[in-house]
Write a protein that binds this ligand. Structure first.
Ligand SMILES: CC(C)(COP(=O)(O)OP(=O)(O)OC[C@H]1O[C@@H](n2cnc3c(N)ncnc32)[C@H](O)[C@@H]1OP(=O)(O)O)[C@@H](O)C(=O)NCCC(=O)NCCS
Length: 138
């Protein structure tokens, strides 16, 4: 039975191992153990994991800046896919954001991640026509 709970820093190694292994997630700047510890401290209870027994089978990072929610690094272990685990984790993230008064959430999907995009559409997310993702290293 797959259960879900908040992401704890003790889950870091398993989560990174999953993120590195699956397609569609890029471990990048901001993903060191210290940085993720700071992130989940800043956004308590909003990032989630799914587990079966003690095995982490899904993970997602989520937080907000007081205005918009952001979701990063949703990944489900391949043999646990299509069992509504991803949807469940995202719903938990969105519920936690709602409880903090956040009304809109955003995420980035790699252009070549057609299946990830299909999942988000199925979960009710919409493309943002006219918007272009930008970034800068600081
Ligand atoms: C995308 C991902 C998280 C989906 O997780 P999952 O647990 O299999 O998804 P769920 O079972 O909760 O599916 C929810 C809905 O999306 C649909 N869906 C899931 N994967 C899909 C796909 N590849 N193509 C089309 N629809 C899909 C399901 O059929 C379901 O629809 P329903 O509610 O009508 O039944 C998982 O495939 C994954 O880890 N992919 C690799 C990492 C990745 O791409 N992450 C997203 C980065 S932006």
């Amino acid at each position: 039975m797959v259960t879900t709970r908040e992401f704890r820093i003790e889950d870091y190694d398993s989560a990174v191992e999953l993120w590195r292994r699956v397609e569609g997630v890029e471990v990048a700047e901001g993903d060191s153990k210290e940085e993720i510890a700071r992130y989940i401290l800043h956004n308590p209870g909003v990032s989630r994991v799914a587990e079966e027994g003690t095995k982490i089978v899904g993970a997602v990072l989520c937080g907000h800046d007081g205005r918009r929610g952001l979701i990063y690094h949703l990944a489900i272990e391949p043999e646990y896919r299509r069992q509504a685990v991803g949807k469940r984790l995202v719903e938990e993230c969105l519920n936690a954001l709602r409880e903090s008064g956040i009304k809109r959430a955003l995420l980035l999907v790699a252009k070549d991640n057609a299946s990830g995009r299909a999942f988000w559409h199925r979960c009710g997310w919409e493309d943002i026509p006219g918007a272009l993702a930008m970034g800068i290293d600081i």
